[in-house]
Design a protein around this ligand. Structure first.
Ligand SMILES: *Cc1c(COP(=O)(O)O)cnc(C)c1O
Length: 237
């Protein structure tokens, strides 16, 4: 049983890496410039360790408690990404093991991160989540408010803005969301021109299991892939 899972996981990872590589080459990009974050929410640590053995080094979690529990179990040598909506009252549990927070979307959260950063002596690398599609249910700063938001956050010494993140609407035909990725890239280029201190646009985190190739064609430097590697998630109550 374990053995079968193992083979499937290995194949999935190889397939995703091939697809990343091909999408990058199609777009005239260097495949090595794209970071694969394996989204491991609800995935058990023993499976994550297998993925680690198959070369996966970046893990993405959307719940702080789950991150803490797993980071305590899994040895160092991997990078932890906080990718989902981050509740302000959970910030106090974040620690030095966090590599990148993908989902900064409001000032209140920035302030909490600043306070926590001062307390533990950490400068957080963060991406600002942008709600490009304008869906009401989606978190993220609106494109119109982005410049003001970034200007405020960039004054906080324990936060380093390293780029932008977005989540595209779910559609059957992922071509329909190509414009969302293209738009995020354009927004990043525009904001970089503002030359705001303490900010750069090193990373664009966009693309999930059903649309990561399109995101790469449109300039993603980080893709967040869960179910295409680990299988469909089963949420227990
Ligand atoms: C769950 C999740 C993903 C991965 O989704 P899949 O469709 O399983 O690849 C990526 N990003 C965020 C923010 C998520 O919550």
């Amino acid at each position: 049983m374990i053995q079968e899972e193992n083979i499937q996981l290995k194949q999935n990872l190889e397939t995703i890496r091939d697809r990343i590589r091909n999408a990058a080459l199609r777009a005239g990009r260097n495949p090595d410039d794209i970071i694969l974050v394996g989204v491991t929410k609800t995935v058990e640590p023993d499976i994550m360790r297998q993925a680690y053995d198959f070369g996966l080094r970046d893990f993405g979690e959307n719940r702080v408690q789950e991150f803490i529990r797993k980071a305590d179990i899994i040895d160092s040598g991997c990078r932890w990404h906080i990718i989902g909506r981050l509740q302000t009252n959970k910030v106090k549990y974040l620690d030095h093991r966090v590599s990148l927070i993908h989902s900064l979307d409001r000032e209140e959260l920035a302030k909490a991160l600043q306070a926590r950063g001062e307390k533990i002596g950490k400068v957080w690398d963060v991406l600002v989540q942008v709600n490009v599609s304008g869906e009401e249910t989606k978190a993220g700063v609106s494109p119109e408010n982005l410049k003001d938001f970034v200007s405020v956050v960039s004054k906080l010494g324990n936060i380093h803005i390293k780029g932008l993140m977005t989540i595209a609407p779910y559609t059957e035909d992922s071509e329909e969301v190509r414009w969302v990725f293209r738009e995020l890239r354009k927004i990043a280029v525009d904001i970089e021109r503002e030359r705001i201190e303490n900010m750069n646009m090193e990373f664009l985190s966009m693309g999930m299991s059903n649309d990561f190739e399109i995101a790469i064609e449109e300039g993603a430097s980080i893709v967040r892939v869960g179910s295409a590697i680990f299988g469909e998630r089963v949420y227990l109550p």
